[in-house]
Design a protein around this ligand. Structure first.
Ligand SMILES: *Cc1c(COP(=O)(O)O)cnc(C)c1O
Length: 855
């Protein structure tokens, strides 16, 4: 006999006095305002957990009785009104005054495109670091009152949720989201009709719906293709984040990049700054160029200059899988009509995504770099790595001087700071929310008494371990483990009052992160973790991409280790890593471990989340930790050069790691004073907070973008837009001339310069430049001077001097003599080099053309 279970949701009538709960549930501000979430939590804690911290679902399921009781509860109503008053004040504030020199809130608008946004676990359109960073960027933009909209995709199924079975296999689950449970609404025009846009796919047009979500001061727009007007296959384009095959991927990127631009137009928005956050959305460059070609009759080259002038592009990873590439067949299939509209034949069009070296595939990062003039990586180390990786775009420019710079990522502190710290700061550092950019302010952390500090950290750990026990019980029970075994697995986590050093490792299981590195020192690790006086626990969590088999193999191996007798209960592998588990872990553990292969970790923001909570990072000096580590605020594993044999490097770094644990971390944690805590640990933990909060928060990051990228892009956009894009046309034509002539440009010394000079004399340089049809106005010639200790010292220029065009060479027309009277600043041996590059007042970067000749 079979029977069907029907579901019925009995929905309450929200009492009038509590009506604004709807408004709070409908503003993503709840994702970073713990006071707002606290209201729901306090109404019904169990329900709040059961509905995945989703306020809209909560309001549909909470009982009438609970609401009526709350209405009569004076303390609850006071808190409710206080939260609303803070909420209203937040919404009344305008742009922060310190941004005024850079942006005009009336005229400027940043349009921020990204394939994923991680605001909160209840809004499942993110997978990991990139999405959470994008969410944090939006949150900080809202906090600062920046004129800002975000553009993304509304995925019906999102990224998968993860379970791990009793063999350690990752199982990926996809469940459709009912959009009615999300804080999103369809965009409609004045007469109430849905706003739609269309984009072309091979042989057809597809329709897209447009949604909006309020996130404090900013709006997040999201596109989806799941409409009855589209074919089944086209409806599925926006089902899964990073799912499907390369066709799904290119289709999603067409929807996001091209559909996203059309959506902003339909909404009547006029961005002055376009931020492409990772290459997925770079097709927007093609659509914006097409608009200018079709509507303003610009040449494609001029259109591309105009578009690039107002565009910022951020690249996020050196890992090849993070750079989408499409082959020529696919590009032709999807863009045949498009390249004709641009007035380009296919080959020229295809070259937008290629560089001389790599002409086989269309690379979205290359397209993004061709169509943006403001480029960056996400940490100091990664900026350098990205400049090297992409050096072929500027083939004659030394990588360290090419236009790729960096903005180090930061995390949104109110999102990731534990509630308990927030409450303590509210009492002791009242203005902390407004002082996130002020390093001096955070010295006040020292005023928190050590014992108080320690006990707060311990209570956060207890809270974490309670959660860990519950999760582990569910996980292992579902997998059919005996109750006796489950007891053993959760044994140490249950004894949280027994005071154990807890280490966390939670991140995407990509092979470069080397999750199993620590096990290379297996015997020492067993000994270390089982010291009964000074025990250690290790908690793992994370997802591997469903098609990343080696990543899933890491999960399986950790699962096996965790079941070895010496590790049972000491090592726990938790399934279902998401923002909720991340917040718990980064606030509750003592040490945050990261062991990437240098230099593959572009940033590693989870370490910042840990640091702001006083958790000590123990990490390879890569990504943000290369800037964050100061000798006192955690521990560093000094990486080997990538040139070493990987086995040698891994075993050396694993040994370093276990050495640091055994010699420094464990002894420091267990070095107790007669009040029962480790004062030295507290000191280090305070140092972590003081150094991480003001330097690695999302407001600092967004301010870096505003000052160094958005504001210059806005200015450049305005210059290029003036007089029907005259500057864009002028620059495009000039670049055309450079392309034609530059291969024939040459430099030579007119006469051999002296090899020694008496002090006080100047060096007369005379250099002949064969300009091959260019004029001296088209170029800059400069002399770089580097002090040298020895003949073979590396050339590190400290000064540069411009040479001036003196006269056209009588014997050789088209050649000019450039001269310089160089009076060296220093005494002793110096090296110098002379180079010339195309220069034009309209370029955004002096080496934008990528061309340069050296003498
Ligand atoms: C912060 C975060 C990440 C990114 O962390 P990494 O340090 O880059 O590994 C991934 N997933 C979740 C859920 C996060 O909160």
């Amino acid at each position: 006999m079979s029977s069907t279970t029907f579901s019925l949701e009995v929905r309450p009538n929200i009492p009038q006095r509590l009506e604004r709960l709807h408004e709070l549930a409908d503003d993503l501000l709840y994702s970073w305002d713990r006071q707002v979430r606290g209201l729901f939590y306090r109404l019904d804690q169990e329900l709040w957990e059961a509905c995945g911290h989703n306020p809209k679902v909560f309001l549909r399921r909470v009982s009438q009785e609970t609401l009526e009781q709350a209405e009569g509860d004076r303390i609850f109503m006071e808190d409710y009104n206080r939260v609303l008053s803070v909420y209203d004040t937040y919404h009344q504030e305008g742009m922060r005054s310190h941004i005024e020199p850079y942006l005009d809130p009336k005229k400027d608008l940043v349009a921020y495109f990204c394939a994923e946004f991680g605001f909160h676990e209840s809004f499942p359109i993110y997978s990991g670091g990139l999405g959470i960073l994008a969410g944090d960027h939006c949150k900080a933009a809202s906090d600062l009152g920046i004129p800002f909209v975000a553009m993304g995709l509304l995925y019906r199924q999102g990224y998968f949720t993860q379970t791990i079975d009793n063999h350690g296999h990752q199982i990926a689950h996809y469940a459709p989201t009912d959009f009615g449970t999300l804080p999103v609404h369809l965009c409609r025009n004045e007469s109430g009709e849905e706003r739609r846009v269309t984009v072309g796919m091979p042989g057809r047009e597809i329709q897209l719906r447009l949604w909006h979500a309020k996130a404090g001061h900013i709006t997040l727009y999201l596109l989806d293709s799941d409409l009855p007007e589209n074919s089944e296959a086209d409806r599925a384009i926006t089902y899964q984040l990073y799912g499907g095959d390369s066709h799904t991927r290119i289709q999603q990127e067409i929807v996001l990049g091209i559909g996203g631009v059309r959506a902003l137009r339909v909404l009547g928005l006029q961005p002055t700054i376009w931020h492409i956050n990772e290459g997925h959305s770079a097709f927007q460059i093609l659509e914006r160029s097409r608009e200018l070609v079709v509507e303003e009759e610009l040449t494609f080259e001029a259109a591309l200059e105009a578009v690039a002038a107002g565009t910022v592009f951020t690249t996020h990873t050196p890992v090849p899988a993070g750079h989408d590439m499409f082959d020529a067949g696919m590009m032709e299939e999807y863009f045949s009509g498009f390249h004709e509209e641009l007035g380009k034949d296919f080959q020229e069009f295809f070259e937008l995504g290629t560089t001389g070296e790599n002409g086989e595939v269309f690379n979205m990062t290359t397209l993004a770099l061709h169509g943006s003039r403001f480029n960056n990586g996400v940490s100091r180390i990664h900026g350098g790595v990205a400049a090297e990786m992409e050096a072929t775009l500027w083939p004659e420019v030394p990588p360290e001087e090419n236009p790729i710079r960096y903005v180090t990522n930061g995390v949104h502190v109110p999102t990731f700071l534990a509630r308990e710290w927030g409450n303590l700061f509210d009492m002791r550092l009242r203005e902390w929310r407004n002082e996130l950019l002020n390093e001096d302010f955070w010295e006040a952390i020292d005023q928190i008494p050590d014992h108080r500090y320690w006990s707060l950290r311990q209570s956060l750990k207890t809270e974490l371990l309670e959660d860990v026990v519950e999760r582990a019980e569910n996980q292992y029970r579902r997998n059919g483990y005996s109750e006796a075994m489950i007891k053993r697995i959760t044994h140490y986590a249950r004894q949280s009052e027994a005071d154990t050093l807890v280490i966390g490792f939670a991140r995407r299981f990509a092979t470069y992160k080397r999750a199993t590195l620590i096990f290379s020192e297996l015997e020492r690790l067993k000994e270390l973790m089982n010291d009964t006086d000074r025990p250690v626990m290790l908690i793992f969590a994370g997802k591997a991409h469903p098609s990343d088999k080696p990543g899933q193999e890491l999960i399986r191996r950790i699962h096996e280790y965790a079941l070895q007798p010496e590790f049972v209960g000491r090592i726990l592998l938790l399934e279902g890593y998401d923002m909720a588990l991340a917040r718990k872990l980064v606030t509750g553990v003592d040490v945050w471990l990261n062991t990437p292969e240098y230099p593959m970790e572009a940033s590693g923001t989870s370490g910042q989340k840990a640091g702001v909570n006083g958790v000590l990072n123990l990490s390879v000096l890569d990504g943000w930790w290369g800037e964050g580590y100061d000798g006192n605020n955690g521990w560093a594993i000094v990486p080997h050069d990538p040139g070493f044999d990987p086995h040698y490097r891994d075993s050396e770094e694993a040994r370093d790691l276990v050495d640091i644990l055994a010699r420094e971390v464990v002894p420091l944690y267990y070095q107790r004073n007669n009040h029962g805590y480790s004062a030295a640990w507290v000191q280090r933990s305070k140092a972590a907070m003081k150094s991480t909060i003001p330097r690695f928060n999302a407001q600092r990051m967004v301010m870096d973008y505003v000052r160094d990228f958005y504001s210059p892009a806005r200015d450049q956009d305005a210059r290029f837009r003036a007089r029907k894009h005259a500057a864009a046309t002028e620059l495009a034509e000039w670049k055309g001339r450079i392309r034609e002539s530059w291969d024939g440009v040459e430099l030579e010394m007119v006469e051999e310069p002296p090899r020694a000079l008496p002090h006080g004399d100047s060096l007369q340089l005379r250099v002949r430049a064969r300009l091959n049809g260019l004029t001296p106005d088209d170029v800059t010639m400069e002399c770089l001077v580097a002090p040298a200790r020895r003949e073979d010292s590396p050339f590190k220029p400290e000064d540069r001097f411009q040479l001036t065009p003196e006269e056209e060479d009588e014997d050789d027309s088209g050649s000019w003599i450039f001269t310089l009277d160089l009076c060296p600043r220093l005494a002793g041996l110096q090296h110098y080099r002379v180079r010339m590059y195309p220069s034009h007042p309209r370029t955004s970067h002096p080496f934008e053309t990528g061309r340069m000749v050296w003498l």
